[in-house]
Design a protein around this ligand. Sequence first.
Ligand code: ADP
Ligand code: MG
Length: 407
Amino acid sequence: MTDIAEKHSNRWIERHNDLLTQVKQEFRSQFGQAPSILAAAPGRVNLIGEHIDYNDGFVLPMAIERYVVIAAAPLTDSSTANPPTAKAYSIDLQDLTEFSIGSRSKPTVDTWGRYVEGVVAGFLDRGVNVPSFNSVIASNVPTGSGLSSSAALEIATATMLESITGHWLPPAEKALLCQQAEHQFAGVPCGIMDQFSSVFGKLNQLMLLDCVSQSIEPVAFKADEVSILIINSNVKHELSEGEYAQRRGQCEQALRQINKTSWREVMLDDLESAKGSLTSTQYGCAQHVITEIERTQQAAEAFKECNWSRVGELMHKSHTSLQKDYKVSCDELDILVELAGELGTSGGVYGSRMTGGGFGGCTVTLVKTAQIDAIKKFIHHHYQARTGIQATSFASRPAQGAHLIQG
Ligand code: ADP
Ligand code: MG
């Protein structure tokens, strides 16, 4: 390890010591031994480029300083079960899940263990021999809030399995393996953003991810005077899963009607020409996709230029488009964004928008670091007054992607 890598690694361990201690202790109490492997993978927040990772777009996420950590040990002695067995205990859910390790394309467990099972299946598909193992999971990534705890769980599992099996995957393949696990085992037809962010996250860098070529352009984000504030509305409206599949379908139909094969080729003029053949829902979806692809590239440029007002303006437009055209926001998210807007630049807010799938979950807000406490106080207070719900929030710098932890 280089000196710089070692310094980062020590700092990471210091910051996340609570999570590490917790997972090691629980491993001992579940399995009566110390773990031999510790792996961590972060959640992510998307700054702009929403609902376009599956629409040939660009997205601009960063890994966040919230991680899923897995402690594990392979079982190699003669008492090992035949067929080999995986055990995983989630501290957060206080639940032990167990499945036999074997090649399959569908889950045999119907709990959160599906994510682990799907990743194991991905390794087996690649001809990798996975032995029996015990594992314990601890996490501080909020779940079901659009910060991608599911991808963090998958990528942490894959990182742990790489270490157990000695089979190191090229990073992009690791992300794609986990995406496939999410599709096949959790039944969520997600794009590539979540898993790529968790694998490729870098300190002080955003990632402009081209979802067509799957290439990443790093966008430096070092300025201490501005921060990314993530506010959890703490609501999740039940309709979200079905609506996600519906939006995907509407976009596919709209693209066919416009007679193009990729959203990358579609201009607003093309949309206007095809307007007569589109339903109003399809038209709204297309409008969002086309404009959001452009906004995302513009926002990456604005970040590079440290033009915070411009970033904020684009974030605001993105929210309006998601609210009015794509129709995936909800009252609670709109209230959070509205409150941030009331503060405005003089109150320390450059811009705010919903992030993630929508219908609840989080907003992401670009703020002046010096005013962050006052901003949180104002938004929490008024959100509670208007909705009766207590919001939670935290700030994060762009964080390091998945890695093993020594010790
Ligand atoms: P998000 O990825 O936005 O957090 P999802 O619904 O995609 O929301 O994924 C959340 C699911 O991932 C949880 O319901 C659970 O099944 C699984 N999960 C995430 N974190 C954990 C954890 N610490 N322990 C067990 N399961 C987890
Ligand atoms: Mg998820």
